[in-house]
Write a protein that binds this ligand. Sequence first.
Ligand code: GRF
Length: 200
Amino acid sequence: MERTPSKTWRIAVLTSGAGRGSNLQALYDYFKSHSLPLKIAFATASNKDAPVVQLCAKLSIPCYILSPKKDKDFEIRLLKLCQKEKIDLIALAGFMNLLSSSFLEEVKIPVLNIHPALLPKYGGKGMYGMRVHNAVFDSGDKVSGVTVHLVDSEYDNGPILAQLKVDISDCKNAEDIAAKVLELEHQIYAPTIYKFLSEH
Ligand code: GRF
């Protein structure tokens, strides 16, 4: 699939079943408030009760229920959707599964992920959500942050595109760290996506 030479880049946002959808909301808000030529053409959630489903309804974004665990044709369906919707970039936002190297080759568009720590630290299989922030808190690190990276077929492994750091020396627990990092996530993802598309 070739990238669409259209003026408005079309993004697909992949989430899971449990995610709040706060990054999806932040992307939507940033693209809109900055009048950027970017549109969230669709999102996915892994079940119909996911909070993201309601959020998408509120924002008038089509949301497809696609479960990487339950749908054995998950990647085929996703590939077809991306082709039909002429998607230019896939943004993972709380998507918990690996995409296969054959999918990544076939879809021929960049796939980006946001991770709530400073990769390559605190990444990899099983490092998601509060597990990440608990590990950072237990380590005694004084700085944490957020990473946006290109996705390959290993967890949290592709080339890093952008990072933001935050002082966490005043954080009393992992929840305090999570709150600080989430603020950064909402600042970094949309401009990084825009910059990446503008430069490639
Ligand atoms: C974020 O912390 C993101 O870094 C991680 O999953 C979480 C999704 O949060 N990959 P939300 O659903 O966007 O609020």
